[in-house]
Design a protein around this ligand. Structure first.
Ligand code: FAD
Length: 405
């Protein structure tokens, strides 16, 4: 029996244990994780780790001795398969049962798979875990052409790294622009142009018909217009499906993620859900229920759940932020641009340093800052306070954003 059992040894799970000990929680804590590794940072997987610039050891969220010193039991390489909420018991794949006082569900998500024919062939990779990326790296030497399916952050980051490694990359996106779900049109067009300038063949508005193959290995992507994109490696970055089956089966309310309240409590007694797998009402999206897939959200929700468990409850109100590195471009995002009704471009994209400022009914709700750290730092206040500065002043990059606050 553990006073707190955390399922998922990723960003959220690790931070929940860290926060509990920082709050001087003296009860027993265990983390069950289905990956063999101690908790590690996922963002570098599609960046420095894939590029070979950062060894895996430097991805550790904390050194191994940290967990031992804090008396956090690590049950790694083990998967939770069922929850009995009334009995407060989690069952693992090997049949063993663990009793808990409080349960923190922090399982993230599984990469969404292609469903067309050929999707089971070899040489098709997702980018979610160390094992995924090690699988790619093992094949890289014999790879000349890569097809990346999906123009979200992960697909674009992988395309940037692989291009730098000298591969010929084709990026395939079904919508009419890359980053369509997360950024405004000026940002999408900027990144498309950057990738093309670096030699990536960016194709938007395409349909993936099927994956063609030979001898069990994928050899090409057949598109809706009948054409075929030949490649030796295929990377699928089309989102995740939250890993919440056992909790849903246990009766938790949810669907696309487990529904939680402002304290990360699920509908089940003493069961919390945090991170990529938790759907919550976010005050920076006008209270809309959503799942956020970011390190910020995983860490901050972990702290919220830890506080509730430790008897020092405080609601989740953190401002969303995110980053993405492609080539020498550092994108930093603050706020949530979903549902914006206007985008103002601040600075000249041709200088490769500018910001997109998102408004809703005149209020600043988010910024995407590209190589524009000052805007990112100073723009936070505009979002936090939902200010409505004059649009012509927002657009004037000579006026520091702090003067608009
Ligand atoms: P995870 O970190 O995914 O941890 C969940 C863990 O639970 C995993 O180890 C999983 O295998 C395990 N698990 C699942 N089911 C079970 C089970 N039944 N039993 C036991 N264990 C289970 N965010 C940013 O903010 N900035 C970035 O630049 C950025 N880049 C990214 C790049 C990549 C390639 C990826 C994959 C993600 C990136 N993210 C980025 C997103 C960020 O990593 C996630 O939002 C974050 O990891 C979410 O934390 P989590 O704890 O919810 O899930």
């Amino acid at each position: 029996r553990f006073d707190v059992l955390i399922v998922g040894a990723g960003h959220g799970g690790a931070q929940a244990a860290i926060a509990l000990r920082m709050l001087k929680f003296g009860g027993s804590i265990a983390i069950v994780g289905d990956e063999p590794e101690y908790p590690y940072e996922r963002p570098p997987l599609s960046k420095e780790y894939l590029a070979g610039e950062k060894p895996f050891e430097r991805l550790a969220i904390r050194p191994q001795h940290f967990w031992e010193e804090r008396e956090v039991s690590m049950l790694l390489g083990r998967r939770a398969t069922a929850v009995d909420a009334a009995a407060h018991v989690v069952t693992l794949e090997d049949g063993s049962k663990i009793q808990y006082g409080s349960l923190v569900w922090a399982t993230g998500g599984k990469p969404r798979q292609l469903t067309c024919s050929g999707s089971e062939l070899s040489r098709i990779h997702s980018v979610r875990s160390r094992a995924d990326v090690d699988g790619m790296i093992a094949e890289l030497d014999s790879v000349r052409r890569v097809a990346v399916i999906g123009g979200g952050y992960i697909g674009l980051e992988a395309a940037a790294v692989l291009t730098k490694l000298g591969k010929q990359v084709v990026l395939l996106e079904t919508l009419d622009r890359v980053l369509a779900r997360v950024a405004g049109e000026p940002v999408s067009r900027f990144y498309e142009a950057e990738h093309r300038a670096h030699g990536v063949d960016v194709r938007t508005g395409i349909a993936v018909e099927c994956i063609t193959g030979e001898g069990g290995a994928a050899t090409g992507v057949r598109l809706g217009d009948g054409s075929e994109v030949p490649a030796d490696m295929f990377i699928v970055g089309i989102g995740i499906v939250p890993a919440v089956e056992p909790l849903l089966e246990a009766g938790a309310v949810g669907g696309n993620g487990i529904e939680v309240d402002a304290y990360c409590r699920t509908s089940l007694p003493d069961v919390f859900a945090i991170g990529d797998c938790a759907s919550h009402e976010n005050r920076f999206a006008d209270g809309l229920r959503l799942r956020l897939e970011s390190v910020q959200n995983a860490n901050d929700q972990a702290t919220v759940a830890a506080r509730a468990i430790a008897g020092e409850a405080q609601p989740y109100e953190a401002m969303p932020w995110f980053w993405s590195n492609q080539y020498d471009l550092k994108l930093q995002t603050v706020g949530l641009s979903t549902n914006h009704d206007r985008v103002i471009v601040r600075g000249d994209p041709a200088t490769r340093s500018f910001s997109a400022v998102y408004l809703k009914q005149g209020r600043v709700i988010a910024l995407d800052c590209i190589n524009a750290v000052k805007d990112y730092v100073q723009g936070r206040k505009l979002v936090l306070e939902g200010l409505s500065p004059d649009a012509s002043r927002i657009a004037n990059a000579d006026i520091p954003l702090k003067e608009l606050a």
